[in-house]
Design a protein around this ligand. Structure first.
Ligand code: BV8
Ligand code: ZN
Length: 250
């Protein structure tokens, strides 16, 4: 078994019996679509320096208009790529298991574009910007050049959760609830370094679920009797896992 080793068979047997699955994703699930991960340290747009400079409220306000342009470039970047085989397999899973909830840290909307219906966005999205003063929404596609709200002159900001900002309470509590009641949590493409999102797999484990880790790199991943590492890329491991679990529907 080239993909993910012998754990894949075991994971497929467990997944086939599951009634409720949470798919918890990070930037790695979008890597094969061409969206750089946060820790790839790309010195381009997505550099760690830019994250620290722009992805927090004070830094964003202080570095206008560059911070606004940075988010606008990221919004157009994610619109210009396509969901990959990993996103498609996750969307397909919802046809095979009674309840599937995608809990994503990603802001690229690729799960929705791949056909996933039940998606909880813990860290917001790059579809629209919002005026910090009058709450007006602006599509990033065709957004003005400056961060100045045309309605009130206020500051436009992305609808993402920046560092040091609270996660949307309803999104986070729904994610915790689903993690606490699922049979299997698939953790796909996340380094588990950002809190409180990183608590989600631990909550599933604490409530007796199996946790399958899909990642080429297992550094920093939780170790536990019910954690099954499935080493490899999401676009390779996830389709193979579903084909093994449901051979007829491959
Ligand atoms: C909060 C949107 C309460 C924005 C993001 C000190 C001061 C202040 C706060 C803190 C502090 N210390 C800790 C904190 C809390 C902080 C935090 O956790 N910081 C970390 C860095 C330690 N969290 C927060 O601030 C959160 N809010 O806590 O509020 C509060 C209030 C006041 C004061 C304190 C606390 C808000 C966090 C949300 C931040 N917003 N995104 C934007 O993008 O512009 S986070 C962003 O980074 C992503 O959303 C994601 O969550 C995270 C990146 O993580 P990953 O998705 O895991 O991506 P990464 O690149 O790390 O890993 C990719 C993985 O994929 C790797 O493992 C790789 O091996 C794998 N991979 C690669 N290729 C593939 C693959 N896997 C599969 N297939 C492949 N092909
Ligand atoms: Zn306004």
């Amino acid at each position: 078994m080239s993909v993910a080793g012998e754990n894949l068979e075991r994971a497929a047997t467990i997944l086939r019996r599951a009634r409720s699955v949470v798919v918890f994703t990070g930037a790695g699930v979008s890597a094969e679509s061409g969206v750089p991960t946060y820790r790839s340290g790309a010195d381009g747009l997505w550099s760690v320096q830019n994250m620290e400079r722009y992805a927090n409220p004070d830094g964003y306000a202080r570095h206008l208009p560059d911070s606004f342009a940075w988010y606008r470039a990221r919004a157009s970047g994610v619109r210009s790529v396509e969901p990959n085989a990993g996103h498609v397999a996750i969307a397909r899973l919802a046809q095979l298991v009674p309840r599937v909830t995608v809990v994503t840290q990603n802001i690229d909307s690729l799960h929705q574009r791949a056909g996933s219906a039940e998606v909880i966005e813990l860290h917001g999205h790059l579809r629209t910007a919002r005026c910090a003063q009058c709450d007006a929404r602006v599509e990033w596609q065709g957004a003005p050049d400056s961060a100045c709200c045309v309605d009130c002159g206020g500051m436009l900001r992305p609808e993402v959760v920046m560092f040091r900002e609270m996660l949307p309470p309803e999104a986070y509590s729904m994610a915790v609830e689903r993690a606490a009641e699922c049979d299997v949590l698939l953790s796909v493409g996340t380094s588990n370094q950002v809190f409180p999102a990183a608590e989600i797999p631990r909550i599933a484990l604490e409530h007796g679920a199996w946790v399958f880790i899909v990642n080429p790199d297992m550094e920093g991943q939780p170790l536990h009797i019910r954690v099954l590492p499935l080493r490899g890329r999401a676009g390779e491991v996830l389709p193979a896992l579903l084909d093994l679990a449901w051979p007829a529907t491959g």
